[in-house]
Design a protein around this ligand. Structure first.
Ligand SMILES: [Zn+2]
Ligand SMILES: [Zn+2]
Length: 215
């Protein structure tokens, strides 16, 4: 009897495996957990890093870690204006990526700039490469122009979501309240007009895999 039971269990197992293989939908292997690394550049207040982490975590189903601080790269120093070139910082991050990170969000309190149209060196709050691995946010402008800490942190968090959105592939967006609105050189009023969320139009451009990562 014992043998028969073993045999019938064996048959049952084979049947289940067969049924399973016929019924299983074509599901791709789950991709490894996506990791977003927040990289402080220079000395950055912990509450700034925590705010960036919280804001990103409230939008994204990814693992977010805060890496050890790095010095700003000397090659990005712009002596004529005594500030740092954001585009060069992003290039440097692309060349020196944190290990195991899917995306990098660099956070600094230093003053940063980039070329904007025909202005060679324009002060900015943040920069992100569209579809690239890295973005950069600076608290400098918000520290200077925010009356309360709450306003400063809210603006910084909004900016982090905006720059991170560029790395997801979003260009600037015209939809009212969308976090991807073009600041048009006005970092403060732009952050204050933002809902802090990606609009449906922006989200509609994501691949199914990336869309599943957005809350
Ligand atoms: Zn932008
Ligand atoms: Zn949008």
């Amino acid at each position: 009897m014992r043998t028969r039971r073993v045999v019938s269990l064996g048959l049952l197992f084979v049947t289940l495996v067969l049924v399973g293989s016929f019924m299983a939908p074509a599901v791709a292997e789950p991709s490894p957990e996506r990791v977003v690394a927040i990289v402080p550049l220079g000395k950055v207040r912990q509450e700034f890093l925590d705010t960036v982490r919280q804001e990103l975590q409230s939008r994204m189903k990814v693992r977010i870690r805060i890496d050890p601080a790095r010095e700003l790269p000397q090659e990005a120093w712009y002596a004529p204006r005594s500030r740092w070139r954001a585009d060069r910082i992003l290039d440097w991050l692309d060349e020196n990526p944190p290990e195991g990170a899917w995306k990098v969000v660099a956070v600094t309190e230093a003053e940063i700039s980039a070329t904007k149209g025909n202005v060679l060196d324009w002060g900015i709050a943040g920069l992100g490469n569209i579809g690239g691995p890295a973005c950069l946010v600076s608290a400098h402008i918000y520290k200077k122009h925010s009356k309360t800490k709450e306003a400063l942190l809210r603006r910084l968090g909004d900016l982090a979501v905006h720059e991170f959105g560029h790395t997801l592939g979003f260009p600037h967006c015209e939809e009212k309240g969308c976090v991807m609105a073009d600041a048009k050189g006005k970092a403060i009023s732009s952050a204050d007009a933002s809902s802090g969320h990606f609009c449906a139009k922006c989200l509609g451009t994501l691949s199914a895999e990336d869309r599943a990562l957005v809350k």
